[in-house]
Design a protein around this ligand. Structure first.
Ligand code: PMV
Length: 330
């Protein structure tokens, strides 16, 4: 039996635009998905998933495509979650050249599902690490990132960048531009505050919406390029430890995402609450449509303000996690 964990992430800058080759800077946060894997009967795959939302649920899934688990979360999210785990197990079987290996998998996560914090990437990364180790193979973090990307790419119909999976596998702040993925050294302590509206966005639909806008209007394509410019300026601000400038650029990034139609009333309300409370800056994180915002504030003011913001279900601090995927004691 092997247990591995991997962190979720926020996008400091660059979601959506990264899908079209612009750079992005995701940062791993101290919220993890933990996956325990044990080999079982050949060909079998049993998955037990608890706490995949903040409310938590448990699902027993035996890989039967007609079986719909009876749980209190949106069914497509559960099905997507299972597709990610099946994909991860498929990768492990391939790596170990054990196509018929059976597994019993337990998933626990303190990253809300589909909320822009990279829950699926964290689950896939941790599952690939645990399942390959269980079969006696040890992959590097980069190899895990690459295989996790293939799973996300398949499950999300080819609409995934390498950002989430690379960030979760290696930890810390990273820079992703197309296939070029690297860790960013000497990152200052970033005082992230997360606001969560309790909802989720459909990443595939939101990415498709931006794609269509970009194909229809030149100014939408320019908006995507402008996000790339914001990211490049953001990298300079990060290197200079200039939080005021970082915050301004986060605000700008949010405005551009809003223009691309991926924000929502509750995300905007939380962004404004954070700004009014004195945060350096605030933006939605991830695909949008609902889910989470990320603000920069070393004081408690933003968390306090978010707690009283209509539409905000929970607010919490999430420090940068310098560690990526890791083996846990079972
Ligand atoms: O909401 P998340 O954590 O799935 O992030 C999606 C980020 C996008 O840039 C919209 C898509 C991608 O794969 O990069």
């Amino acid at each position: 039996m092997v247990t591995s964990s991997a962190p979720g992430k926020v996008y400091l800058f660059g979601e959506h635009a990264v899908v079209y080759g612009e750079p992005a800077v995701p940062c791993a946060i101290e919220r993890r998905a933990t996956v325990t894997v044990e080999t079982s009967e050949p060909g079998e795959l049993r998955v037990h998933a608890a706490d995949l939302t903040l409310d938590g649920f448990t699902v027993e899934y035996n890989g039967d495509p007609d079986g719909h688990p009876d749980v209190d979360v949106a069914t497509p999210l559960v099905e997507a979650g299972m597709a990610y785990i099946q994909g991860a197990i498929g990768q492990a079987r391939e790596v170990a050249d054990a196509p018929n290996a059976g597994f019993e998998v337990h998933v626990e996560s303190d990253i809300p599902l589909g909320a822009g914090l990279g829950s699926s990437a964290a689950v896939v990364v941790a599952a690939i690490d645990a399942a390959t180790r269980e079969l006696g193979v040890e992959l590097t973090a980069r190899e895990i990132a690459d295989r996790a990307y293939r799973v996300e790419h398949d499950v999300q119909d080819g609409q995934a960048s390498r950002a989430d999976t690379f960030c979760s596998a290696v930890g810390g702040a990273v820079r992703v531009e197309g296939d070029d993925c690297r860790a960013i050294a000497d990152v200052p302590e970033l005082p992230f505050v997360i606001g969560y509206d309790g909802g989720e966005g459909d990443t595939g639909k939101l990415v498709a919406g931006v794609r269509q806008l970009r194909e229809t209007y030149d100014f939408a394509a320019d908006t995507v390029e402008a996000i790339g410019d914001v990211v490049r300026s953001g990298e300079d601000a990060l290197e200079a430890d200039d939080f005021e400038e970082l915050g301004k650029l986060m605000n700008f990034n949010h405005g551009l995402l809003e223009a691309l139609g991926v924000s929502s009333r509750s995300l905007d309300a939380m962004v404004w609450a954070a700004r009014d409370a004195g945060a350096d800056g605030a933006k939605l994180t991830g695909a949008g449509g609902g889910g989470c915002i990320v603000a920069l504030d070393a004081t408690e003011r933003t968390i306090d303000a978010l707690k009283y913001t209509p539409g905000c279900e929970s607010a919490f601090r999430a420090d940068l996690d310098t560690e990526g995927v890791r083996r846990e004691e079972a």
